[in-house]
Design a protein around this ligand. Sequence first.
Ligand code: TYD
Length: 139
Amino acid sequence: MKNFQIINFKKIGNTDVGYLTALEENREIPFNIRRVYYIYNVPKEIERGFHAHKRIKQVLICMSGSVKIKVDDGNEKRIFELNNPSKGLYISPGIWREMSDFSQNSVLLVLASDYYNESDYIRDYERFKKNLVKNDEPR
Ligand code: TYD
């Protein structure tokens, strides 16, 4: 797995009957799923996220509507538009993320590798950049 990458899930079905996508831990989702949460009813001018995780891995799936996810590994920044429930965006620990342009009725589902724990967050961008320098030091 790269630090962030799109995962294309299998779609079972067809246009006549519709589709089903199944996600299993350590199969389609590259970790044990300890937590599921979802973000919804976000006004379109609102931006969320603005943090990195120290250890938690996540897969973000836009179940309905669309949303933009900006990811930043400290060197490279990329923006992904999620608008298809058959695609997930995997984000490894140590990646800064920002979410914006939530469409009306969008629902962003997040699968996470661990329970909620505020001490796993890095919410300060300067600290994120400093940690990065530390991580790059030879061991
Ligand atoms: P946060 O992760 O900062 O949301 P976002 O990145 O979408 O802006 O979380 C917002 C609030 O919700 C914060 O007070 C912590 C709380 N929270 C939980 O209690 N459990 C959870 O699983 C998550 C993700 C957040």
